[in-house]
Structure formats: C-alpha cells, structure tokens
Design a protein. Structure first.
Length: 308
C-alpha cells in the first residue's frame, strides 16, 4: 500500500506535490507581500510629490475658473477668496462687450485648424517619401529637415514679416497661416512612426497593384492614427497659443486672435480683473478638452517610434 505523508498540521500531503515556500520570519512575509517599510515609505514619497505637482499645476487653472465667476469685491479682498460666494456671469458678458471676443475666438479657431491640417498633410507626404521612396541622398536631405528645428523662430520672424507684407498678405488669414504650413518636427515624428511598418506590407501592396498614393492613404495612414492624433493635438495647441506672430502681422481688432484680444482686454479694463479671467477661461476650454480627451493619443503617438 502507498503511504500518505502528513504535514505538521496533520493534513495529508500528496506525494510528488512540492510544498509552497513559507516565510520563516515576519520580515520574509512582508518582503513576499511587497509591503516592507522601505517600499511603503517610497510609495508615500512618490504620492506626496505627485500631490504637490498636481496642486502646483491645477491651482492656477482652478483660480482662473473660480475668479471668472467672482465679483470685483471678492477678487480684491484680502485674504483672497478661493471660492465664489455669489456666482455671477457678468464677467463673461463684459468681456464679450469690451472687445470683439467672438470674432477673435473664430480667428484663433480658423487659424489653428488650418495650420493643423496643413502640417498634417505636408508631414505625411514628406515622411512617406523619406521612408518608402528610393531617394538619392535621403539621409542628407533628412538632415536638412532636422537642421530647421535648430533655427529659432525669432531669427526668421522679421524676414517672414517683410516678405508677407510685401506680398500684401498682412492683416489676412493667409498671413497668419502661411509661415506654418510645414514643420520639420512633424516630418521627423511621422517618419519614426512610418518606419515601424514592416516592409512586407509595401511588397504585398505592390503585388496587389497599389501605387504609392493608394498605399499611403489606405494602409500607412490608418495604421498610424495614434501618431497622427498626437501630432494634430501638438500642432493645434501650439497654433492656438501663438502670440508674437499674430501681434505683428495683424493691425485691426477684427483680424486679431484670441491671445491678442486678451491683452487688449487687460489694457482696457485693468480695474476689473474678472473680465480678464473670464477671457482666459474661454481661451482654456479648447486646450483643456484636447488634453483631457486626447491624452492617450499623445502618449501612444510620442512613443510609437521609440522602439524599432
């Protein structure tokens, strides 16, 4: 007969079944459970740093939103009020009446959208050419593209202004958009993403009779939606927050963008900061929406070309 061994607790032990390792000390139990004092202290420190960073970043946004609904007495009180006691919407109405805010809001939206679409189109075509077309001196030409990233915008803003003013494009939508139709950063980012596609896809498409144009828009672009979304969000936010170029290329309030309008609002209504905060909140709405709803696309797009 086969004998059955028993453990110290008196329970039978099946032959051939290894016994699970048991920690002999309390320190070993805590180590196995991942709850040692050092780990707990490290996690607490990380959470504390994250909380401090969250408050540092989120508090100005919160105060701008809260201040937009406060009256002048609450905004000028000491110590400052952090919560509006009497919520009012007069600041938003006053901001719209003080400057052509609706027109400037539309100018910013049109300009940012046009720049985003143009940079997407040109970056897609340039990145595809650098990856899939047999170009001569491809590495050298791509180096020239990367070199444009090292030229500061302040170094070329005056030549651009003189050129567009000479063409009669000052104070127009074309003047706001034309210098930003292409981007070396967008080309670099999409090139890294396109390089992740296996070469067998291009061979299969060629056997199927698909040319470069069909292969680009039917296969390459759909497979790189995260990178395209990340680039779109980055370009839109950059164009939306532009200040210096719209300031010098526009001359009338009807053609100025929202960021310029907020400066005019500050100059004309310095005695009422609630109007300024109301305008700031209106300018924050598109950027906050893009960051909140497009965060996963930003992360996936920026890491798409990290590993090959």
């Amino acid at each position: 007969m086969t004998s059955i061994a028993t453990t110290d607790a008196g329970t039978p032990e099946t032959p051939g079944t290894p016994e699970a390792p048991r920690p002999r000390t309390r320190a070993g139990a805590r180590a196995l459970a991942g709850r040692s004092p050092r780990d707990l202290l490290g996690r607490a420190a990380v959470h504390l740093l994250l909380a401090v960073a969250l408050v540092t970043v989120a508090f100005p946004v919160y105060y701008a939103i809260a201040g937009a609904f406060m009256g002048p007495s609450e905004l000028s009180s000491y110590p400052p009020a952090l919560v509006p006691h009497s919520v009012t919407g007069r600041n938003f109405a006053g901001a719209v009446d003080a400057i052509p805010l609706a027109r400037q809001y539309a100018n910013s939206a049109v300009t940012a959208t046009a720049i985003t679409l143009a940079q997407l189109f040109t970056s897609i075509l340039a990145a595809y050419a650098f990856v899939f077309l047999p170009l001569k001196a491809r590495a050298e030409v791509f180096g020239v593209f990367l070199a444009t990233l090292m030229v500061p915008w302040e170094a070329i803003i005056i030549p651009n202004y003189l050129t567009l003013s000479g063409w009669g494009l000052g104070n127009t939508y074309f003047g706001l958009v034309l210098p930003f139709l292409a981007s070396g950063f967008g080309t670099f980012m999409l090139r890294q993403a396109f390089r992740q596609l296996p070469g067998e896809l291009r061979d299969a498409a060629r056997i199927d009779g698909a040319g470069h144009w069909r292969f680009l828009w039917r296969i390459v672009v759909p497979l790189n939606k995260p990178a395209l979304a990340a680039l779109s969000i980055y370009v839109f936010l950059s164009a939306w927050n532009q200040y210096f170029w719209p300031l010098i290329i526009t001359r009338t309030a009807e053609m100025q963008t929202l960021q310029i309008g907020l400066t005019s609002l500050r100059d004309s209504e310095m005695a009422d900061p609630g109007l300024i905060l109301a305008g700031v909140v209106l300018s924050l709405l598109p950027t906050l929406a893009l960051v909140v709803f497009g965060q996963r696309f930003i992360v996936r797009g920026l890491t798409a070309g990290a590993v090959r």
